[in-house]
Write a protein that binds this ligand. Sequence first.
Ligand code: HEC
Ligand code: HEC
Length: 282
Amino acid sequence: MTSDTPGGNRSRGLLSRLRRARSRPRGRARRRLGAAVRLLAALFLAGGAYTVFAPGLQAQDTPQLTSAAQEGKALFDTSCVTCHGRNAQGVEGRGPSLIGVGAASVEFQVGTGRMPLARQEAQAESKPPVFNADQTTQLSQYVQELGGGPQLPEGDNLHRGGDVAEGGRLFRINCSSCHTFGGGGGALSSGKFAPDIKSADDRQIYAAMLTGPQNMPVFGDNQLRPEQKADIIAYVQQTLAEDRDPGGLNLGRLGPATEGVAIFLVGIVALVFAALWIAGKS
Ligand code: HEC
Ligand code: HEC
């Protein structure tokens, strides 16, 4: 029986050790599992709290639009989104971003029928507009509210009070190099051209100066003050568009080259006759 007690002790010790050994890893695993669950719960809580307390980020993605701009967005999402992208951020190789181009640019591009672009060419040409005036305003409003940018003054008559003579001077300095002296337009390099501007209305002329479409430079308010823009529009509308020629015969309004050719031909003919007359006398 002497072996009983130590044997029993030993076996009890072994059992408890075994039990302890079995229970120890289980305890550790359970503790690890518990930690993982707590971590997950904390992550979920943090994530939930973040979405609850960060509505500002969502607001940045979808800014509050006025009702006109919402109408504009609907038009934009059907007619412009393929080339200019969702929220007008542009699509690589198809169309530029419209963020910051402003209502003036949209009104010009859509109002002259250049946009929506039909196909990629050297230059987006003007064609009968696809959208009516209201829709054009809605599209402009949408792009304006998305990214800001230059806007046109109110009203259809933007040359009220403009000085025609001063407008003529400014036109010859700033515009005639491309649009010619008579505003009839002319060719530029690589298949591009400056169009005839005599049929453009006040808002289109103003917008062209303010936004500088394609190869045309931008004439911001520092280069040409709003009063000077009014002078130029007055000159275009009252002298060029109405085909008034205060100086007499306009010679096709092609500028000094035709005038030179005319005086050269007249002069040469006169000289030839003078030479013949002298030869006949002698
Ligand atoms: C087939 C593609 C296409 C479609 C459709 C299209 N655009 Fe464009 N858009 C262009 C390209 C290309 C240009 C750049 C033209 C350039 O300046 O040479 C442009 C330029 C513009 C500009 C001038 C940007 C500036 O820098 O001032 C505006 C504004 C504009 N588009 C508005 C619109 C609107 C509004 C619509 C929908 C009614 C539209 N576009 C539809 C391709 C497209
Ligand atoms: C460097 C050449 C250049 C100069 C300088 C220039 N333009 Fe232009 N202009 C252009 C080109 C190119 C276009 C056509 C842009 C397009 O099709 O998108 C244009 C378009 C226009 C249009 C739009 C015509 C239409 O189709 O309805 C008007 C209006 C206009 N210009 C007025 C002016 C005025 C006013 C000035 C002087 C303050 C001026 N431009 C100076 C090159 C020029």
